[in-house]
Ligand binder design. Sequence first.
Ligand SMILES: [Zn+2]
Ligand SMILES: [Zn+2]
Length: 334
Amino acid sequence: MKAAHVPGPGQDFQIVERGIPEPGFGEVRIRVQACGICHSDVLTKDGAWPGIQYPRVPGHEVAGVVDQLGAGVSAWKEGQRVGVGWHGGQDGTCPSCRRGDFRNCRNLKIPGISYDGGYQEYMVAPVEALVAIPDALSAVDAAPLLCAGLTTYNALRHSGALPGDLVAVQGVGGLGHLGIQFASKFGYKVAAIGRGPENAGLAKSLGANLYINSAATNAAQALQQLGGATAILATAPSSKSMSELIDGLAPNGKLIVAGVDFNPIEVTPVQLIMGTRTIEGWVAGTPADNEDTLNFADLSGVRPMIEKYPLERAAEAYARMLSGDARFRVVLTM
Ligand SMILES: [Zn+2]
Ligand SMILES: [Zn+2]
């Protein structure tokens, strides 16, 4: 089989021939049909996550079909359509797992980091990482939903906002274009926030009720003129633009941070105390949350906008993702 692996930290992708892997106890082998390229794959490509063993195959937005069951697996069937997202397995024994909080397992396994991920024709995953894919959802559509979709869907459904409430989605990109769709389908009044006028039409076609160009308008003031946002889902990786939005929150409002930046968010205690506002970080979710995401997308028609590349062109596809010009998620097909 073919795989696109990273030989060592910071090195270029190589397309290599490998033996088809065998599933061990409690694992299944998946024939991969599609794998999304996520910005977090940088962690594997550049060696930015501690302890990665190379060569390593990246990829945690995997959609395919169960090809073979390992010993001890009874709840899944050969031929069943399955996906694997960021949550690639938990230890079941750490303090978080003992409280049922698998998402925050202290020894969380991540496909493409802890073991070989989806940039290959076959991969092996533990059963607790598997996500059933609804029939109507194609593999290329399911793949980005397993990470970008899950993150936005799960963050919004736990935001505390009720139908009719003003919810802002900052960033019209890989995460944001899905966040806008989910927010609209949840029945919120959706304000999309982008830097520049160019995504206004697109944001509205995805379900935004209004578009705020934060390069030309003070977005926090614009939100306050509408009564303040119950929730702001920040998807663009810019701490500066997140900081600028905090004053746009309604009383008891919540800024949910999903875009990754290593710079500090600036906020004064007064901004949080007056109005009892909250800033919350959000990481993906469990495989069960992921099934909810896919089922809701199936039910409501939420779909990612994608650009497809064959596995052999993984290096080019990865560069396309890094450029920030892709509309919006890059997906490898096998
Ligand atoms: Zn991801
Ligand atoms: Zn654990």
